[in-house]
Design a protein around this ligand. Structure first.
Ligand SMILES: [Zn+2]
Length: 137
């Protein structure tokens, strides 16, 4: 289902992007870094998992309570657990339903997991709740 995320620039990329608007934001010559939960240092994801959604890796949104969130989009975040029922209410990405995503270790709320009808999925994580580190540590 996520085959397009591994593709390079192919001839049909434009039409596929029009469907999903997801593509990698990671550059192959960048050293990979890990992103850990700032609260408990649990490994959440890596810089290789960065993707662009609707043309940007980073997005800033207000929730219905007026709280501002600065988010980064990631293909996978193995250190997160998702919880609750899929909801389209107040979704920030039209066509995508969401679940809450929390740190697997300390259960701090780290962001949201999104899925559309084509089963394209990604995580949008609150960047201020993550800490970047070299992957060698
Ligand atoms: Zn944690």
């Amino acid at each position: 289902m996520n085959a397009l995320l591994k593709d390079g620039a192919t001839d049909d990329q434009t039409s596929r992007l029009a469907d999903t608007e997801l593509h990698p934001a990671w550059k192959p010559d960048e050293p990979e870094r890990i992103l850990v939960c700032k609260n408990c240092q649990h490994l959440v994801t890596t810089t290789q998992e960065r993707i662009e959604v609707r043309g940007d890796h980073e997005h800033t949104f207000f929730n219905p309570h007026g709280i501002l969130f600065h988010l980064g989009c990631f293909h996978r975040a193995p250190g997160c657990i998702t919880d609750g029922a899929l909801s389209l209410e107040f979704t920030w990405f039209a066509g995508y339903a969401w679940l809450l995503a929390s740190c697997m270790q300390c259960h701090q709320h780290l962001g949201w997991w999104f899925m559309n009808r084509e089963k394209d999925t990604f995580f949008a994580l609150i960047l201020s709740r993550l800490q970047e580190r070299p992957s060698q540590l």
